[in-house]
Design a binder for this molecule. Structure first.
Ligand SMILES: *Cc1c(COP(=O)(O)O)cnc(C)c1O
Length: 384
């Protein structure tokens, strides 16, 4: 129980209930408008949201779709990625990043990450590209970089590697929406970038949702067609095989309210909450490092414990006091059964292995209060 500070309820890992209470008036009103118009699919809120998202991110085109996984698949489809193509993917990420290339018939090549930022390592990436070129079985085509836990990947170095080897760069910004590098926003770093509006992501809706971003007119038009059954001049004129992947109007209406709150309050406030946690480093805990000139949108606040045993102790102690934690992620993608015989495994996953044994994600969200963070910090301090 969190009784010590007069709060009778258990702490939430990501508090969506309190967010709804704060936004209730506007969200209910937005929902009612859609309900009374009954334009549930491709209604006017969808276009309005796409314009606002493109403007926020600073790219020419935003195409919304059904979820963040589809967004990745749509990007790869637009580039014609398929059998015989190698797609480089960080080993330490959510399953979707590796799943999307396989759905397209391509082969993911899993690459080790950086130990301090958790993001794909440009050095390991270059090694993997050289290996694939040397083997001469697959054609190196795409790098998917993930903005893991909210911090943009190192796009300066990644862009250099992409250019050196003539590869396309796809930004999986499912966890990164709102993050920046020198004021430039996440979801603008890839040749195509994607995000997810899954409820617990930095910008979440009340169901599944996703979006694709690009400055390229041709790819944007292709993706608009691909997400509505490969439509030509309309939905009943089908000029290619696509999918049915749309963001519905209700979610678009909800997201407009949430984007406003995200932009005017939440992004700043979640960074304040992350700073309160920094006290943990005084007790020898490895806290997440945000690189210079980078800003995170804190999809997760992930500490690195000394070893697996310490992680288990901390997790248990926090659970006993009603503080939820999660282990993102328990294994590298190269160890997932689903990728057996469908991926290329390189020589070393040293940092992924190090991290999967030690990481622990703590509660983080814009409505977390200082005394709640203090409480978690004290509990950790007592346990380690
Ligand atoms: C959540 C997530 C996705 C997939 O998003 P969905 O909307 O759940 O399909 C893809 N990549 C990463 C890194 C994610 O965290």
């Amino acid at each position: 129980m969190f009784g010590k500070y007069g709060n009778e309820e258990e702490m939430e890992f990501r508090d969506l209930k309190i967010q709804y209470q704060i936004l209730k008036h506007d969200i209910d009103f937005a929902i009612e408008k859609v309900m009374s118009r009954a334009d549930f699919i491709s209604g006017k809120e969808v276009k309005a949201l796409e314009e606002k998202l493109a403007e926020y991110v600073g790219v020419k085109h935003c195409i919304t779709c059904a979820n963040g996984t589809d967004a990745l698949v749509l990007a790869l489809m637009a580039w014609g990625i398929g059998e015989g193509d190698a797609v480089f993917v960080p080993d330490f990420t959510f399953f979707s990043t590796g799943e999307a290339p396989v759905v397209c018939g391509a082969t993911p090549v899993f690459v080790d990450v950086d130990k301090t930022t958790f993001n794909i390592s440009a050095d390991a990436l270059e090694q993997a590209i050289l290996q694939i070129r040397e083997e001469d079985v697959l054609r190196p085509k795409v790098i998917i970089a993930v903005d893991l836990f909210g911090q943009p990947a190192d796009y300066g170095s990644l862009r250099e590697v992409a250019e050196k080897y003539g590869l396309l760069l796809l930004e999986d910004g499912a966890q990164g929406f709102g993050g920046t590098i020198r004021k430039r926003k996440a979801c603008s770093f890839g040749d195509i970038s994607t995000t997810s509006f899954f409820p617990s992501k930095p910008l979440g809706c009340y169901g599944d949702g996703g979006a694709v971003f690009t400055d390229n007119d041709e790819w944007a038009e292709l993706i608009r067609s691909l997400c509505v059954h490969g439509k030509g001049k309309d939905k009943y004129d089908n000029i290619r095989i696509g999918m049915n992947s749309r963001l519905d109007t209700l979610q678009a209406a909800i997201l407009q309210v949430k984007l406003w709150q995200f932009n005017t309050y939440e992004l700043q406030q979640v960074n304040v909450a992350a700073r309160w946690y920094e006290e943990l480093s005084d007790y020898g805990v490895i806290i997440p490092r945000t690189a210079e000139h980078f800003m995170s949108s804190w999809a997760q606040y992930t500490i690195v414990c000394k070893d697996k045993a310490q992680r288990e102790r901390v997790q248990k102690a926090l659970k006993a006091e009603g503080v939820p934690t999660m282990v993102y992620y328990v294994k590298g993608l190269h160890e997932q059964k689903a990728f057996e015989n469908k991926c290329v495994v390189v020589e070393k996953y040293e940092n992924t292995q190090y991290l999967t044994n030690r990481v622990l994600s703590l509660p983080i969200h814009p409505y977390l209060r200082k005394e709640q963070v203090k409480y978690v910090v004290e509990l950790i301090q007592e346990t380690i």
